[in-house]
Design a protein around this ligand. Structure first.
Ligand code: C2O
Ligand code: CU
Ligand code: CU
Length: 482
């Protein structure tokens, strides 16, 4: 297998054993669905892995068959949807030349990484059409599942919806030492909802009610595949889940209610694994789970779903909380590995001490009526280029208290740091919320406390709601680290 998954310019190349053994192409997998014997005609489409990054993240239009029989016009980074998976060794230098061949400005943000401000993709730091820009940064020292997407002020939602988003996986070897499933049993799964249309198009045309709830779809795609399935062996699998939806909250679970292990959150491995049968993954969040098919007889199908939940919101276009199919697993091969028994300790995390916080900062997220630009605020302010809203000193521990004063959930996201969650006012922390985080859901009428310290580069960054319609409508502040 060519080692094209790894950037080989300035990055330290990783061993080829990290590469999944199948599905490296952007299109249909070459694996033969009939090879398993027992299983008869299957519905749905086989999920593919995103293409491997090979140096090209150019922004340009392309098309692909998303729904079989129709071509979907896409906006891409690197010509494919999902965007190519970038794999980096922990601490490795990375550089890429971005080129914008779209008809409007764009940029790329490396979500979850702490990078120099000039590489971070600030919403007003844009590549004009026809221009190029060299970007360089260093991967974090801890492994994890990160991602990248465009971030232009007021256009992030449209660009992401039309196909621009990909994984950035950082590998530090700790997961391998723990015996977590690897190779073709370590699967990145980009989850995004879309509106199913007869013409197959990813038409992005939000109305006022879509701005309130966010642009919700009625079908979930897994790595760009609707009605997706994966043929698996009766073995444990590691799923790297990324919610790349504009606004959809997924309540991750399985149709038979089975329990699974949560082993990582936004910023890499948890200190200790958690066992659960359901948890909430908001837009921008990642979680890694290990689901074990060892006890399933050959021929069984098990589906990962977004479970229904009550939503107080006002969503119209397919309501928040509706049940959705995400990915079906067809168990059709003998075990390739023994059941995975998680160790008590995954990867130690030095906990911040709340008593050591130098200051407390409140943030209030609100939505006004009518739901237009300017009505979506944090601390009463709607995003304004050139105005610094929050100044944080480097190296000082802060306690932030984020309050949701509206009827919709808000996935709060901070650039330039990973944080630790302390408490939720109305519920316990979720199973993926015990480790490093960069994005978290704040439910209506909830207050969430987090601890964070900006140890990275100084400069201008942002914090914002990762419901992309809310973000584009102004629920974003300029954050200066000095
Ligand atoms: Cu994934 Cu500022 O965003
Ligand atoms: Cu980000
Ligand atoms: Cu929001």
């Amino acid at each position: 297998m060519p080692r094209r998954a790894f950037f080989r310019g300035t990055a330290a190349a990783l061993g080829s054993t990290l590469l999944p053994a199948w599905g490296c192409g952007g299109g249909a997998s070459s694996q033969n669905p009939g090879s398993a014997g027992a299983s008869a005609a299957r519905s749905g489409q086989r999920i593919a892995l995103p293409a491997a990054f090979s140096g090209d993240l150019g922004a340009r239009r392309a098309e692909r068959e998303v729904w079989s029989g129709t071509r979907t016009a896409l906006w891409t980074l690197g010509g494919v949807y999902p965007s190519p998976t970038v794999r980096l060794a922990a601490g490795a230098a990375f550089s890429v030349r971005l080129r914008n061949d779209l008809a409007e400005p764009t940029n790329v943000h490396w979500h979850g990484l702490v990078v120099p401000a000039e590489a971070d993709g600030h919403p007003t730091d844009l590549l004009a059409p026809g221009t190029t820009r060299d970007i360089a940064f260093t991967a974090p020292s801890r492994g994890g599942t990160f991602w990248y997407h465009p971030h232009p002020d007021r256009r992030t939602a449209a660009q992401v919806y039309q196909g621009m988003a990909g994984f950035l996986l950082v590998e530090d070897g700790v997961d391998r030492a723990l015996g977590l499933p690897t190779g073709d049993r370590d699967i990145p799964v980009l989850l995004q909802d879309r509106r199913r249309r007869t013409d197959g198009a990813f038409t992005y045309a939000p109305g006022p009610m879509d701005t309130m709830a966010g642009y919700l779809g009625d079908v979930a795609l897994a790595n760009g595949t609707p009605d997706a399935y994966l043929s698996v062996s009766a073995s444990p699998y590691r799923l790297r889940l990324l919610n790349g939806s504009n606004a959809r909250v997924f309540r991750i679970g399985f149709d038979d209610g089975r329990a699974f292990f949560v082993v990582a959150g936004d910023g890499g491995l948890l200190e200790r694994p958690a066992t659960t049968s359901a948890f909430d993954l908001g837009p921008g969040e990642r979680a890694e789970i290990v689901v074990d098919f060892s006890a399933d007889p050959l021929g069984r199908s098990v589906s990962m779903r977004s479970l229904a939940f009550a939503s107080s919101g006002m969503g119209m276009g397919g309501s928040q909380g509706a049940a959705l199919s995400l990915l079906r697993f067809d168990v059709d091969r003998q075990a390739e590995a023994a059941p995975w028994r998680p160790p008590a300790l995954l990867d130690p995390i030095a906990r911040f001490d709340p008593a050591a916080a130098r200051r407390r900062r409140p943030f209030l997220m609100q939505m006004g009526m009518p739901p237009s630009a300017g009505a979506f605020t944090i601390n009463g302010r709607s995003f304004q280029a050139g105005r610094v809203d929050v100044r944080v000193p480097r190296g000082e521990l802060e306690l932030w208290e984020i309050e949701n004063g509206s009827t919709e959930a808000h996935p709060f996201h901070v650039h330039a740091a990973q944080f630790q969650m302390v408490s939720r006012s109305n519920s316990p922390l979720g199973p993926h919320e015990s480790g490093w985080k960069d994005t978290m859901l704040v439910w209506p009428n909830e207050r969430v406390q987090i601890l964070l310290r900006f140890d990275g580069p100084a400069g201008l960054f942002v914090l914002h709601c990762h419901n992309l319609e809310h973000e584009d409508a102004g629920m974003m502040l300029n954050l200066e680290v000095a």
